[in-house]
Design a protein around this ligand. Structure first.
Ligand code: SF4
Length: 239
């Protein structure tokens, strides 16, 4: 059975998918988001080398707590950077009858990622920005076309997705940015759309790693601003 690099686990998390979930944070990310709160996940070879059998045993311990709606979410880092590992975990979830989700930022896509995306019950698309320029400014990478390809495929397949975007003052806090987001996700089978307020909780990790925090210029949005931006979205369910 395949093994992969795991950063950490969150048991019974309620934010990353429906119901109560075991969130498995996988190691590795191709992006370098300025506000990343998990820079310690960036290197794929770090973290604990873990077999799917070990993960399966952990999943089985939590099955009684998942209830009707909960399950397993693969997050990161960027989980699809270890797509073969994701696929094996997702197959194991299917075998156990456990609901599965992948939380991806859309920075990597290939045939294995595609298979993982099809096997997961829900894909959570963490859209950093709705335009190429802003996406590149946030992520430090020139891969917006990869995200566009993923969206086009999901639009065609009608696969259910949740969409989320971090909002920060001085970054994407304009009604225009919300209109661009609405346009980007038009035609997706979007079950839920969330705006998440930027926070500074990752800053300490950057400093611990000896890195200069790259989002010093950003500020969290006020609740009133967030409400205003939510109104600017043409809302699918769950905003
Ligand atoms: S995609 Fe997520 S883990 Fe990767 S750099 Fe961005 S915020 Fe960090």
């Amino acid at each position: 059975m395949t093994s992969g690099h795991v950063h950490s686990y969150e048991t019974l998390g309620a934010l990353d998918g429906p119901g109560l979930r075991l969130v498995i944070f996988l190691q590795g990310c191709p992006l370098r988001c300025c506000y990343c709160h998990n820079p310690d996940t960036w290197e794929v070879a770090a973290g604990r080398l873990t077999s799917v059998a070990d993960i399966s045993r952990r999943i089985q311990r939590f099955i009684p707590y998942f209830g009707n709606r909960g399950g397993v979410t693969l997050s990161g880092g960027e989980p699809l950077l270890q797509a073969a590992f994701c696929l094996e975990i997702l197959r194991e979830c299917r075998r156990l009858g456990v609901h599965s989700a992948i939380d991806t930022s859309g920075g990597v896509w290939n045939e294995l990622c595609r298979q993982a995306g099809e096997l997961a019950d829900i894909v959570i698309l963490d859209l950093k920005a709705a335009t190429s320029e802003l996406w590149q400014a946030i992520t430090g990478r020139d891969a917006f076309s990869t995200l566009l390809q993923i969206i086009a495929e999901f639009r065609a397949s009608r696969r259910p997705v949740w969409v989320r975007q971090v909002v920060a003052k001085g970054l994407n806090d304009s009604p225009e940015a919300m209109r661009e987001l609405t346009a980007l996700i038009a035609g997706l089978n979007c079950e839920r759309l969330e705006l998440l307020p930027y926070h500074e909780m990752g800053r300490g990790k950057w400093e611990k790693l000896g890195m200069d925090y790259a989002a010093k210029h950003l500020q969290p949005p006020t609740p009133a601003l967030l409400a205003e931006l939510r109104q600017a979205l043409t809302a699918p369910r769950g905003v």
